[in-house]
Design a protein around this ligand. Structure first.
Ligand code: NAD
Ligand code: UD1
Length: 338
């Protein structure tokens, strides 16, 4: 199978490229490097020993995407390209709606014109909103999103569902990721956020490597065993392998299917600090701060459907997550650029 990865130079896309190639599939990458660098793909080639067809292009540019689909004739598209910083989406909602929704609409139009019928979409557990109680199951009502980023995911899911209702040939798999973390076991690729990280794991990694002084834990007065929020942290290679199963499923089915990709196991912020401290061999310094606006106390998956239908379940736990994140960070203290 030939799979086209939009946003394939990004964090999850680059790891998925490795997993797809290791499963025997061909990969084509389209990225505009808004939040990534071609170096990630060079390293995917190093890990896999395979040359990847790489296009620097905007996935919202219909003319360019039509030509790429025409020339490459992929069996399936995995659509990672998008803007993903929750706080930034509050400050720049128009840019978020424009980029995230335009890319999906453009791809659907070009797929129709070029006869591509299989699509896998990067959605997020954020669509469950604040009112559902974990573990989240796929059929729970989508909640009220707390930020424009979340709404773009919710809206893209709806657009894709409507498109499959109108076109019997179309197959769409919506993947709701929980908290992707960690890095490829080689330490050659990993998460490389621009500026100050918003997310927990890259922040912990940068404290551990000495780029930042300490982590601020956002609140220890939640109704949880240690007072800090709980999340479902999933190793990015488990997530990547989930995409292989999802793409294989997409090409052999029609209609829309939705799957949670999570482990089903919640861990607190302090659990993650402690596991990372063990992995890097020294205590990661932290201070307790106030709660962060918009945080939900608890979020974790019921991942039974992915196991039952896709035959997929996460294999790696928090010790592997922290080991691999540290391996990446300690060998690439400044990320890809340096
Ligand atoms: P990332 O920023 O590392 O990767 C996204 C890639 O898309 C980047 O390489 C960026 O340059 C590219 N891109 C953005 N707009 C583009 C456009 N118009 N045309 C071409 N390329 C474009 O992010 P990631 O963590 O790998 O996330 C991938 C997808 O998964 C995103 O859609 C994100 O919203 C979703 N997601 C991520 C998380 C997470 O925690 N990382 C959680 C849930 C969902
Ligand atoms: C956030 C987004 C989610 C998005 C995901 C990936 C919100 C409400 N959710 O998830 O939509 O898909 O990022 O981009 O923003 N924490 C600290 N200190 C820090 C950073 C985080 O204590 O410096 C805590 C948070 O309060 C939270 C946990 O760590 O309890 C995980 O935070 P984070 O990694 O940002 O992910 P989410 O908030 O779950």
């Amino acid at each position: 199978m030939k799979t086209l990865l939009t946003g394939g130079a990004g964090y999850i896309g680059s790891h998925t490229a490795v997993a797809m190639i290791e499963a025997g599939h061909d990969v084509v990458v389209v990225d505009n490097y808004y939040n990534s660098s071609p170096e990630a793909i060079r390293r995917v080639e190093e890990i896999t020993g395979k040359k990847i067809a790489l296009y620097e292009a905007d996935a919202a540019d219909a003319e360019v995407m039509r030509k790429i689909l025409h020339d490459e004739k992929p069996d399936c598209i995995i659509h990672f390209a998008g803007l993903k910083a929750v706080g930034e989406s509050v400050a720049k909602p128009v840019e978020y709606y424009r980029n995230n929704i335009d890319t999906t609409l453009t791809l659907l139009e070009c797929m129709r014109e070029e006869g591509v019928t299989n699509f896998v979409f990067s959605s997020s557990a954020t669509v469950y909103g604040e009112d559902n109680v974990p573990p989240f199951t796929e059929e729970m009502p989508k909640g009220v999103c707390t930020n424009p980023y979340g709404w773009t995911k919710w809206m893209q899911e709806q657009i894709l569902r409507d498109a499959t209702v109108a076109n019997d040939e179309l197959s769409v798999v919506l993947l709701r990721y929980f908290n992707p973390v960690g890095a490829h076991e080689s330490g050659k690729i990993g998460e490389d956020p621009q500026g100050i990280p918003n997310n927990l794991m890259p922040y912990i990694s940068q404290v551990a490597v000495g780029r930042r002084d300490h982590l601020t834990v956002f609140g220890d007065d939640y109704d949880t065993p240690d007072g800090t929020c709980r999340r479902d942290y999933i190793h990015v290679m488990d997530l990547a392998e989930g995409h292989v199963k999802a793409a294989e499923y997409a090409v052999s089915h029609k209609g829309t299917e939705v799957f949670n990709l999570g482990t089903g196991n919640p861990y607190s912020v302090l659990d993650m600090v402690n596991a990372f401290s063990k992995a890097c061999g020294h205590q990661v310094k932290y201070e307790i701060g106030p709660r962060r606006a918009g945080d939900v106390q608890d979020s974790w998956a019921n991942a039974d459907k992915a196991k039952a239908v896709l035959g997929w379940e996460a294999q790696r736990g928090i010790d592997e997550i922290c080991r691999d994140a540290w391996n990446w960070q300690s060998h690439n203290p400044q990320g890809y650029d340096k």
